[in-house]
Design a protein around this ligand. Structure first.
Ligand code: AFP
Length: 341
């Protein structure tokens, strides 16, 4: 019988329970989903609830904190601590790691950017949440060392984009990438995209970067972007300035996203633990490439990097093979050893 009501809703919780026997992991993803629903409510009511503007503090990155940054951070921290399954939390908004009190402590360590793209908040442009999950090392009671490990140790990663729809995208290590839209009528994330994959042919020809930094880029990056603009089939420029929105579009439509190292920011801008690693895991498991471009003397895979501190940065070149190859070709012309794709 057709009906506008779903009598068999494929919710996020149901999906997670079907994928793992680890009850603590189910609880963790439930806590993450709840925090993202709370953040959705705050983002959607930002205007009427007078949540635009600055909170008056500066975060770990040196950026001015917005009121919504602070509120979203509190929402995530409270939900994760009270889940009882986390021992260490790292947030973009907190200089120091948060060690969960023993009464609530559990086996997971979570790094997150509660509200990425917050400079877009006050004009209602898409923002997002990004998270990566690690398990404590055997014998550890929870310390930053549990998180200062390469992307190979990340067990699960995801992001939520708060936009015309609210969508949570996540993957378990080695698994497929799935998308879940928030159905506001039932307050649940519902499975809407199965096995998300980059368009096989590279998809739309889109390049996405902050070209205001172009004078600081190295020659191969400048030449790659020039190639995108002057190719026989020229590319279109799209740049939201919220990594979540730019990466979400790149996975769905195709193209390439670049935030490279440059002469003024030798490690790039983006943060490894809660931007680079989770997005790299999602990108690779959706069939894309997640590279650093030239970083510390060589071209590396983002997931091979090990952060030396919780807010470590990394350059990012992410996209489909067709377009990352263009960047690698420019490096090869300059005599750099490039990985084969
Ligand atoms: P904000 O949260 O300070 O807006 O930074 C967002 C971000 O970390 C990432 O989401 C964007 O892709 C990138 O920075 C934009 O940086 P630029 O403003 O330098 O282009």
């Amino acid at each position: 019988m057709s009906s506008k009501f779903d009598s068999n809703a494929a919710t996020l919780s149901r999906f997670v329970m079907s994928q793992t026997n680890d009850h603590d992991l189910v609880i963790l993803l439930n806590a993450l989903a709840i925090s993202c629903k709370l953040i959705t409510s705050a983002v959607q009511r930002a205007g009427v609830a007078k949540l635009y503007g600055l909170a008056g503090e500066v975060n770990s990155t040196g950026d001015d904190q917005k009121k919504l940054d602070v509120l979203s951070n509190d929402m995530m921290i409270n939900a994760l601590i009270h889940s009882g399954v986390c021992s260490v939390l790292v947030s973009e908004e907190n200089e120091e790691p948060i060690i969960v009190p023993p009464a609530y402590s559990g086996k997971f360590c979570v790094a997150f950017d509660p509200l990425d793209g917050s400079s877009n908040i006050d004009c209602n442009v898409s923002v997002g949440t990004i998270f990566s999950v690690y398990e404590r090392k055997p014998g550890s009671h929870g310390s930053v060392d549990d998180l200062l490990r390469s992307g190979a140790h990340c067990i699960c990663a995801g992001y939520v984009v708060y936009s015309s729809a609210v969508e949570l995208v996540f993957t378990f290590r080695g698994g497929d990438v799935h998308g879940f839209c928030l159905d506001s009528t039932i307050g649940e994330f519902v499975h809407t995209r199965e096995k998300m994959m980059f368009p096989a042919d590279g998809g739309k020809r889109i390049y996405s970067c902050n070209e205001g930094n172009a004078v600081h880029w190295d020659d191969p990056i400048q030449e790659a972007v020039e190639h995108f603009k002057t190719a026989e089939q020229p590319y279109t420029a799209r740049y939201v300035g919220s990594m979540v929105a730019d990466i979400h579009r790149t996975i769905l439509y195709g193209g390439i996203y670049l935030y490279p190292a440059d002469a003024k920011a030798k490690k790039g801008k983006l943060r490894l633990l809660y931007e680079g690693i989770p997005m790299a895991m999602i990108i690779e498991q959706a069939g894309g490439i997640a590279s650093t471009g030239m970083f510390e003397g060589k071209i590396q895979r983002v997931l091979d990097l090990t952060p030396n501190e919780i807010h470590a940065k990394c350059p990012i070149i992410m996209g489909g093979k067709r377009d990352v190859q263009v960047v690698y070709d420019q490096y090869a012309k300059h005599g750099v050893n490039v990985p084969s794709l």
